[in-house]
Design a protein around this ligand. Structure first.
Ligand code: SF4
Length: 312
């Protein structure tokens, strides 16, 4: 029998503003985990700093709350230590695409099997509504003293350019569709991004629920033959221009759904197994670290033998 989503609910008091899109994301996340039948003891949600990062208090697992912008490297370390865990990062566009942008890019280059849930609300909600990386230029949300002078960043394009192998976009208040996208992202073997358009009713008075509902549509609803799966290089060559066209569409119409799923690449864990046979069956987290109280694990040896070239 499938798990109940209540198994993933914690007793923590949920501290988001009334009507915040984060509630929808939490609901979809809980139900996705239940339907995937994930054991909470094998789940590691890693949150960044911001309203979004609080989601880790509300989901049962071995949770971690990272420094600002550092959720991805922390999650990467967890996954490397034990590749059998389900690791999910939750962060805002300010956290993951601002101070954490370098880590966001590096994640794509590695293709670790982790899922990144991007709470994309275009403002720094926790610190009173400053302009975040996805707020378009010349827009002035209510906490700003003047219009935003910086251009906005497209998370889908950045993920595509960085090498992410699964890229999707959902809407926070469409919890059923969002649940399915999160499930697909977690099932995918490789680094997966789910960009979630998330209204912040307290500080973003432009991108409201009404604003989104007038614009969003599901790619698959309009194009039942839409197939974003890339199985070989020819596939990529043929499909990439159409996928990119959908990724840049923004304004009067905003597409949602799975944009890209590349199954050609090895995960980072598979690459490690090639240079360190036995890594997957006996990863660092399950190895003994002492014999009779004497430490036997030496990270320096791994560093010396695997990362830097041996002398001579
Ligand atoms: Fe949600 Fe915005 Fe309130 Fe933060 S400030 S909890 S993002 S509504």
């Amino acid at each position: 029998m499938a798990r109940s989503w209540l198994e993933f609910k914690t007793d923590a008091w949920v501290q988001w503003c009334p009507g915040c899109g984060d509630f929808g994301i939490l609901n979809a996340f809980h139900r996705a985990l239940a339907e995937l039948d994930i054991d909470p003891s094998n789940l590691v949600p890693v949150g960044g700093i911001g309203c979004s990062g609080r989601i880790t208090y509300y989901v049962k697992g071995s949770n971690m709350h990272a420094l600002h912008g550092r959720a991805i490297p922390l999650a990467s370390g967890v996954k490397l230590a034990n590749p059998h865990l389900t690791v999910v990062v939750a962060g805002g566009d300010g956290d993951l695409l601002g101070i954490g942008a370098g880590h966001f890019v590096a994640a794509g280059r590695r293709n670790l099997d982790i899922t990144i849930i991007l709470h994309d609300n275009a403002v720094y909600g926790l610190t009173k509504g400053q302009a975040a990386p996805t707020l378009p230029s010349w827009w002035q949300t209510k906490a700003l003293a003047g219009p935003n002078l910086q251009d906005n960043l497209n998370p889908l394009l950045l993920a595509f350019a960085s090498g992410y192998t699964f890229i999707a976009r959902g809407y926070a208040y469409h919890t059923n569709q969002l649940k399915e996208l999160i499930k697909e992202a977690i099932r995918h073997k490789g680094t997966a991004l789910v960009d979630i358009l998330q209204p912040c009713p307290t500080y973003n008075n432009i991108m409201t629920n009404k604003w989104y509902e007038e614009r969003i549509y599901y790619i698959q609803d309009e194009d039942p033959d839409w197939n974003p799966v890339i199985t070989n290089d020819l596939d990529f060559k043929e499909k990439a221009p159409v996928i990119l066209e959908k990724m840049v569409e923004w304004g009067d119409r905003i597409p949602l759904g799975i944009f890209y799923k590349d199954i050609r690449k090895d995960t980072f864990e598979m690459r490690l197994e090639k240079v360190m046979p036995g890594y997957l069956s006996n990863p660092p987290a399950t190895r003994p670290i002492d014999v009779d109280g004497k430490p036997i694990a030496d990270p320096w040896i791994v560093f010396r033998d695997r990362i830097v070239r041996k002398p001579g």
